[in-house]
Design a protein around this ligand. Structure first.
Ligand code: ADP
Ligand code: MG
Length: 383
């Protein structure tokens, strides 16, 4: 897949550009402009092709109706110097006013967005000739400005960031040689699709976090007060049938930062396993060292608390030091790699979280399916 944004496809057109400006925010402050800097070259390139209108569309946070703190005015102020002609509009029909470059207010202020209401799709598509979809991270959502418009737009294209992310994942998954998946995180139920896919793709799956706790519980080991997904025991037992591929922790770190050994369980009734232990780190590092491709998602323990970061950091370093091709995705695991300043030692880092996992698990995204369902053939518009 290559992006076909070119002068012919854009010139004199009214273009809707769907991007992800969901910049990380804490206490009202934007923490990183990285997502904007990724989008800006695409905007500049498209402007150079002289569209009639270029309407930038994004969500921001999870507002319930209008909430001032989630207004794109906060972002507009920060990007004004890069795009001085940009005007913020409240609804897409406001783009008929003078001017070329517009930023539509947070699409999630409109309650029709999340249910992909037909009247909203009609509103969008009545104002534009071409939709350029460049927000991989929300491609798994069946929302109006994602699936909705892409399934009905008369002309559509995928943007360069979308294609870059898709290709990076495709290339990593297609690599030959030995493959290790490292899956961790809080709940097994949310990671089941990716676990199932990894059972096919990987030679070994190293498991940590609440997922490992739940698998150990299903194997009959009592982890006392640890995070266990009790609703997923049946699924966990099913996964354990493929035990030859699954590598479980052999020890952990409890709430008092003491090592607990799972073989001869020395756990107290009040114990909670909050990280993988040193023997597990060594065991996992051996597998990582022998792999040619490593795919990692999810911190190995309760990473938000600095007392329980060791396991995640040891795994991150083991991957960084190995010669394996390494791809990593998911908010929390990416944060761990950034904290250690070892980003450059990974071959691909995805900040797409849910969409990253969805695409790997299912080999597609609703936004890609939307295009297949669209009656207009892609070839017609790019040829
Ligand atoms: P990601 O965002 O990387 O995809 P998840 O959101 O599924 O991963 O899981 C991350 C969360 O799981 C973090 O909040 C982390 O603190 C928590 N977690 C991981 N292991 C444990 C554990 N043993 N006990 C409690 N919480 C854990
Ligand atoms: Mg998370």
């Amino acid at each position: 897949m290559i992006s076909n944004i070119n002068p012919q496809s854009v010139k004199n057109k009214r273009v809707l550009l769907r991007v992800d400006l969901n910049l990380p925010m804490l206490d009202g402050n934007i923490l990183s402009m990285a997502r904007w800097h990724q989008v800006l070259p695409t905007i500049n390139q498209m402007l150079s092709f002289e569209p009639k209108k270029l309407i930038i569309v994004s969500h921001f946070g999870q507002p319930k109706g209008f909430e001032a703190r989630f207004s794109l005015t906060h972002i507009q102020r920060l990007i004004q110097q890069d795009v001085p002609s940009l005007k913020l509009i409240q609804k897409i029909s406001d783009s008929s006013q003078d001017g070329v470059l517009f930023l539509l207010e947070n699409v999630r202020f409109d309650e029709r967005e999340k249910v992909s209401d037909q009247s909203l799709i009609d509103e969008y598509l009545s104002m534009v000739d071409l939709v350029v979809y460049d927000a991989f991270s929300v491609g798994h959502r069946k929302h109006g400005s994602v699936y909705g418009i892409m399934s009905q737009a008369r002309q559509f294209l995928f943007g360069p960031s979308f294609i870059k992310e898709k290709s990076a994942i495709d290339d990593a998954l297609a690599r030959p040689g030995s493959r290790v998946a490292i899956l961790s995180g809080s709940k097994i139920s949310t990671k089941l699709p990716i676990l199932k896919k990894m059972l096919v793709w990987a030679d070994h799956i190293l498991v940590g976090g609440g997922i490992a706790n739940t698998l150990l519980h299903a194997k009959g080991l009592s982890l006392k007060k640890s995070l266990v997904d009790l609703n997923a025991i049946e699924d966990a037992s099913h996964i354990l049938k493929h035990a030859d591929k699954i590598v479980l922790p052999v020890d952990g770190i409890n709430q008092q930062m003491a090592v607990v050994d799972f073989e001869n369980s020395n756990m107290g009734e009040e114990d909670s396993v909050l990280d993988i232990g040193p023997a597990t780190c060594q065991l996992f590092a051996k597998y990582i060292d022998q792999a040619q491709t490593v795919l990692w998602n999810g911190p190995m323990g309760y990473y938000e608390n600095e007392n329980f970061q060791m396991g995640t950091q040891k795994i991150a370093l083991a991957i960084a030091e190995s010669s394996a091709y390494a791809i990593i995705g998911g908010g929390d695991s990416v944060a761990a790699v950034e904290d250690l300043n070892i980003e450059h030692q990974f071959d691909y880092i995805s900040t797409s979280g849910g969409a990253f996992l969805h695409y790997i698990a299912y080999g597609s995204l609703p936004v890609l399916e939307a295009v297949k369902e669209n009656r207009i053939n892609l070839e017609e518009i790019v040829s």
